[in-house]
Write a protein that binds this ligand. Structure first.
Ligand SMILES: NC(=O)c1ccc[n+]([C@@H]2O[C@H](COP(=O)([O-])OP(=O)(O)OC[C@H]3O[C@@H](n4cnc5c(N)ncnc54)[C@H](O)[C@@H]3O)[C@@H](O)[C@H]2O)c1
Length: 335
């Protein structure tokens, strides 16, 4: 029996949203790209033309389309809560990019909008769909390595955005570190109790003064006693470098590999291989698997893999990191 392909609409077709739109158009067996909307109308038209989808002039127009049953929200974070509530309230299933919202009150509004109807809500923590992370979690939670004690995580981006000092570490926590807060919860199957964040301006690409920190070290305590040590660093120049280790009582699991392609070059000067330039390359498969699973889940009406409560827990940890940077103390994570 063949099934109809489910219509996907994408809101915000910048770097991330365009990738989701391409995946819906080309790579998801159960889905098809129905429509896109972006505050930049010219961009929406261009993406619509490129991907043979309707370019809508407003969010309302996209939400009003009967052929759009799934809405992927990849607009800037300040619009997430409002747009997700609007979509969920119209019965659309929503794949919402991280961070879910900027406050816990707004996270609760989004969760309530999903719970009021039968719409599915999933948060875009795609690393959970990376094969190595998924297998590491299975292994750790199976107990095969003994009790999980310590997570060590590294997230380095090539570029450091030019943010004013007044932005503090908020962008870093909500945009980057939030992935590792979610991953450590996922890998340990436990909740974060407190976060202690220290951060600094360590820019080697430009004058350091007047800029928001581009490097943060986060000491994380879990409710069950485990610890996590999370480095977030923007401006590494050499590549996009994401690595994780879960240290257990009887062994350790390492995730993260550096060569992008299989090409290695050997010369008398030594051996070289290439590196991942960015998240789109490193997590290419994970983004596809994420959307494919969300589409299949919508057809089958099964619970989403990454819930609103997961999204809220990660926002709570990120806000604790921001508070800790300001107070200089470890801060409890709000329940
Ligand atoms: N999961 C991941 O790995 C990952 C990676 C990158 C970005 N993201 C998330 O995706 C979101 C977008 O990030 P990006 O890097 O693509 O940013 P971007 O700036 O490249 O794209 C954002 C797009 O949204 C549009 N926009 C602005 N206001 C809008 C509105 N009110 N409604 C609709 N569109 C609007 C902009 O014109 C722009 O095209 C962020 O929440 C970010 O955290 C997630």
């Amino acid at each position: 029996m063949t099934r109809d392909r489910i219509g996907v609409g994408v809101v915000g077709v910048g770097i991330m949203g365009r990738r989701h739109a391409e995946n819906a158009a080309w790579w998801i067996p159960g889905g098809r790209l129905g429509a896109v909307f972006d505050a930049d109308r010219a961009l929406a038209s261009r993406v619509g033309r490129d991907l043979e989808a309707e370019a809508c002039g407003s969010l309302e127009e996209l939400l009003g389309r009967d052929d759009v049953r799934i809405v992927v929200i990849a607009s800037p974070r300040e619009f997430h809560a409002e747009q997700a509530v609007a979509a969920l309230s119209q019965g659309k299933d929503v794949l919402l990019e991280k961070p879910m919202a900027l406050s816990l009150a707004d996270c609760d509004r989004v969760i309530a909008a999903a719970e009021q109807g039968s719409a599915r809500l999933q948060i875009g923590f795609m690393r959970r769909y990376d094969a190595a992370y998924a297998e590491a979690r299975r292994l750790v939670l199976s107990g095969a390595l003994g009790e999980a004690l310590l997570v060590r995580a590294v997230h380095r981006d090539r570029e450091a955005p030019d943010l004013p000092a007044s932005r503090g570490v908020t962008d870093m926590m909500l945009e980057s570190t939030i992935h590792d807060f979610d991953l450590s919860r996922f890998l340990l199957g436990d909740e974060i109790a407190s976060v202690a964040t220290t951060a600094a301006v360590l820019c080697h690409t430009r004058g350091a003064h007047g800029h928001a920190p581009n490097a943060a070290l986060n000491a994380v305590r879990f409710a069950g006693g485990a610890l996590a040590d999370i480095e977030t660093y923007w401006g590494a120049l050499y590549g996009y470098d994401v690595r994780t280790e879960i240290v257990c009582a009887n062994g350790t699991a390492l995730i993260g590999y550096q060569p992008h392609s299989g090409l290695a070059v050997y010369t008398p000067a030594g051996a070289t291989h290439d590196l991942f330039p960015g998240f789109l390359e490193r997590f290419n498969e994970a983004y596809r698997a994420e959307l494919a699973d969300f589409v299949d889940g919508s057809l089958e009406r099964r619970p989403p893999a990454v819930t609103g409560r997961d999204g809220r827990a990660a926002v709570a940890a990120a806000l604790a990191g921001v508070a800790s940077f300001k107070s200089g103390r470890a801060e409890p994570v709000a329940g």
